[in-house]
Write a protein that binds this ligand. Structure first.
Ligand SMILES: C[C@](O)(CO)[C@H](O)COP(=O)(O)OP(=O)(O)OC[C@H]1O[C@@H](n2ccc(N)nc2=O)[C@H](O)[C@@H]1O
Ligand SMILES: Nc1ncnc2c1ncn2[C@@H]1O[C@H](COP(=O)(O)OP(=O)(O)OP(=O)(O)O)[C@@H](O)[C@H]1O
Length: 284
């Protein structure tokens, strides 16, 4: 049996996010640029031969069986028909419900990691299809490359983005994603653009359509965005609560992070074009 593996589950940023429509099932059609950052949870996976899936860490507010790690492991077990199980331990660094995609990333690391550990050799495209059942953001984490995302974020085209240093601020509140998407004031009719157009315009033209509604509903997020915007163009990731700005050097990012840190939880992280998960496994 394979030895235990410890693998990263990185955060993502939505460098831009446009809402271009509403589907019949209520979900919204998006156009977004996903990028990973080197801020990660770590998942340890140990195989077991009794077929059980056991997560040994508590994740606050989430029951064992609802945890996306457990759900991903069970889904893969069922799909592949393997008789093996796993003991899983998550070291959580990413804030929950912060727009950094932590839960989705944990699920993707479980799928990719167990595929390796159980020697299933399923292609990433098959794991991504499975992962979509768990959340719209899971496929990009399974594929492991910066991407232009359409649909609910599952139609992915790999892209190469600039890799600045980001200051990321968590304003200390959590945002209800369904609440934002149900808000009557939400912009949901942005004109669709081509990927080439999105990339050509670059960061100065990027925006997040959720921002106006989120600022209105959550004044502490408006306050943090206004503060960070004094130093550099600032954006929400996903539906928040986290927000970010890009800097050319680690030093300049750290200087702003130090100031922000007096008010909020703050991180400095590097933008990446390939996921640390895939780097760790030697994929891509
Ligand atoms: C906004 C993004 O962060 C962009 O990366 C993600 O699409 C959100 O993904 P997520 O947090 O995994 O959200 P989910 O758990 O899939 O959806 C939560 C709720 O948000 C709404 N929702 C979500 C995604 C989407 N494209 N349209 C929606 O209308 C739906 O009401 C859904 O029930
Ligand atoms: N392993 C997990 N880690 C974090 N959240 C989990 C996990 N399993 C289930 N969840 C649930 O998923 C919800 C969303 O978590 P997540 O951290 O992915 O939100 P997010 O960063 O806002 O993601 P997104 O950018 O996709 O909106 C959490 O509030 C929690 O209830």
């Amino acid at each position: 049996m394979n030895a235990p593996l410890t693998l990263p589950a990185p955060a993502k940023l939505n460098r831009m996010l446009h809402i271009v429509g509403r589907r019949e099932d209520g979900y919204h059609a998006l156009q977004t640029l996903f990028q990973f950052i080197d801020l990660c949870d770590h998942l340890t996976l140990a195989p077991r031969d009794d077929g059980k899936i056991q997560l040994t860490s508590e994740v606050s507010g989430v029951s064992h069986d609802d945890n996306l790690i457990v759900r991903a492991a069970r889904l893969l077990q069922q799909h592949s028909g393997t008789a093996l199980g796993a003991t899983l331990t998550i070291d959580k660094q990413l804030p929950m419900g912060g727009g950094l995609g932590g839960g989705s990333s944990n699920a993707a690391t479980a799928l990719v990691g167990l595929n390796h550990l159980w020697q299933l050799n399923l292609p990433l495209v098959e794991l991504a299809r499975l992962g979509l059942q768990l959340g719209a953001d899971v496929p990009v984490f399974v594929h492991g490359h910066s991407a232009w995302g359409e649909g609910v974020g599952e139609r992915l085209t790999p892209v190469t983005l600039d890799t600045p240093w980001f200051v990321i601020i968590h304003p200390g509140i959590s945002v209800s994603t369904p609440g934002v998407f149900q808000d009557p004031q939400l912009t949901r009719d942005s004109r669709p653009i081509t990927m080439a157009r999105a990339l050509q315009g670059g960061a100065p033209e990027w925006r997040n359509d959720c921002e106006a509604v989120v600022k209105e509903r959550y004044p502490p997020i408006a306050e943090a965005l206004n503060w960070l915007a004094q130093h550099a163009p600032s954006r929400l990731t996903g539906t928040g609560a986290c927000l970010f700005a890009a800097f050319d050097t680690q030093q300049s990012a750290q200087a702003i992070a130090q100031l922000a840190g007096q008010h909020w939880s703050t991180w400095v992280a590097r933008g990446l074009n390939t996921s640390p998960l895939h780097d760790a496994l030697g994929y891509l």
